[in-house]
Ligand binder design. Structure first.
Ligand code: ATP
Length: 452
């Protein structure tokens, strides 16, 4: 199952503390959202799952966390100052502004007028001044993608880890784009997070590695809970490729508003390291790069057999965290009939992504013995370290179950009077709603097995 429409998801996200409009007490800002108590856990779990699959479960990728503010030289050399633009049109009638490639029949979506200006390039990068003098002479960009700092750190990582090609550098972090028309909830926003891998390979090995990463990333999304029939690989047409790409495959997901890109996997060739290296003329760089007179470092490696220096090619899988969260919420959203008069909304997230792993519910919230016992269980489970365990001491049991179904808590553990006598608790499964009594002695292994 999935949500019937975006409104259902937006409403659940607000009601249960996943996602709020930024500064909504002042009317909000378009294209900016805040993650609430449940949203931050889901987002962290998704990022953690990506990090594990990239860094911990492999031995050929290193992680970094680089700064967001970036020198303008980086984005001059990378071509972003020149080409990181969307085509902007103005409606002469109602004065609104739009991305011309997203318009239907060249009509203003606000007033329907055909009286639009010709499209002109609009650069999506945010600028901010740096240092105490604000006269425009010293500024930095808020990076529109996380990868440039990976390229500028290439030599640092190589030297400090003694890696050989092929190997990768991964990063999760904020990116900023001044989107002309942010829309579709958290799908297209102005501040978001990316999970990016730059995988460095020998020229000639690039097509093979590109295919490898397309398949790997596709499988990963399925492991996160996306159904096979909702996701597909789509090869980007030559005319639509970014300036650095030899070929790109997008992983498309069937979002509530339509099928759109969830992740892109690009073969960026030797463009990036070739753009940022010093002494460009010493290498046979295949892509067309801007002349670099500022770089102090050579970003090349040596082929030991051939005794020849070359600029590695880069394969880049780049995924948006917000688009991932939106897709997974949509996949997990399920409306179920319990009996002929009752239904429930349940978020069938994979357990490793669930914001709350288990809720411990004292049946009587004023009974000290029951509450203390519940706290003890909570703290024992919390110490195992699989994620947040919650003491749910806030209302009646029916309401608690409904709330935890809606936020996707896999296990609810209820402590009652019987527990005080025989040390047994009721364990309720989110998906089957089945309840069983188990002894607290067995609870830790039950809980650990459930998540492993
Ligand atoms: P689109 O064509 O949808 O604008 P893009 O091709 O510009 O996306 P990339 O530059 O390939 O996107 O960025 C890599 C990933 O970053 C995308 O697959 C997406 O998941 C995420 N992303 C890009 N722009 C946004 C945005 N404005 N809001 C949320 N996520 C984004």
């Amino acid at each position: 199952m999935s949500a019937k429409n975006m409104e259902e998801l937006v409403s659940l996200c607000k009601r249960r503390g996943f996602i709020f409009q930024t500064n909504d007490i002042y009317g909000g800002i378009k294209g900016l959202y805040d993650f609430g108590p449940m949203g931050v856990e889901l987002k962290n779990n998704l990022k953690q799952s990506w990090w594990k699959s990239m860094i911990y479960e492999r031995d050929d990728i290193e992680g970094i966390d680089a700064s967001i503010l970036t020198s303008p030289i980086v984005f001059k050399q990378s071509g972003h100052e020149e080409t990181f633009t969307d085509p902007l049109v103005d409606c002469r009638s109602c004065k609104s502004r739009w991305r011309s490639d997203q318009l239907n029949e060249n009509k203003c979506p606000q007033c329907g007028s055909n009286d639009l200006t010709d499209p002109r390039p609009f650069n999506l990068m945010f600028k901010t001044s740096i240092g105490p003098v604000d006269d425009g002479s010293t500024f930095a960009y808020l990076r529109p993608e996380t990868c440039q700092q990976i390229f500028t750190n290439f030599k640092n990582i190589l030297d400090s880890t003694s890696r050989n090609i092929p190997f990768g550098i991964a990063q999760i972090g904020k990116a900023f784009r001044n989107e002309i028309t942010p829309r579709n909830f958290i799908f297209r926003v102005r501040e978001f997070e990316q999970m990016e891998l730059e995988f460095f390979v020998e020229p000639g090995q690039d097509d093979k590695w590109h295919q490898y990463w397309v398949d790997k990333r596709f499988e990963w999304w399925i492991e996160q809970g996306i159904k096979k029939n909702k996701i597909k690989k789509s090869t980007v047409e030559k005319k639509d490729l970014s300036h650095y790409s030899k070929s790109t495959v997008d992983i498309m997901y069937d979002f509530p508003h339509g099928e759109e890109e969830l992740e892109g996997i690009a073969n960026r060739t030797d463009f990036d390291l070739g753009s940022h290296t010093k002494n460009q003329d010493e290498y046979s760089i295949s892509s067309s790069v801007i002349k670099n007179e500022n770089s102090t470092t050579k970003l090349a490696v040596q082929n030991l057999e051939k005794k020849k220096w070359y600029i590695p090619y880069v394969i880049e899988p780049s995924a948006g965290v917000e688009r991932g969260v939106l897709a997974l919420l949509n996949e997990a959203y399920t409306e179920e009939e319990i009996d002929k008069d009752n239904s429930r909304i349940v978020l069938k997230l994979k357990p490793h992504l669930a914001p709350i792993k288990a809720a411990v519910i004292p049946l009587k919230k004023n009974n000290d013995e029951i509450v203390d016992f519940s706290k003890l269980i909570k703290s024992k489970l919390q110490k195992i370290g699989l994620g947040r365990v919650m003491l749910e001491n806030s209302g009646n049991i029916g309401k608690n179950y409904r709330r935890h179904d809606e936020i996707g808590t896999p296990i609810c553990i209820t402590v009652d009077f019987e527990t005080l006598e025989d040390k047994s608790v009721t364990v309720r499964d989110r998906d089957t709603m089945q309840q069983k009594r188990i002894n607290v002695e067995e609870l830790i292994s039950y809980y650990t097995n459930y998540f492993n």
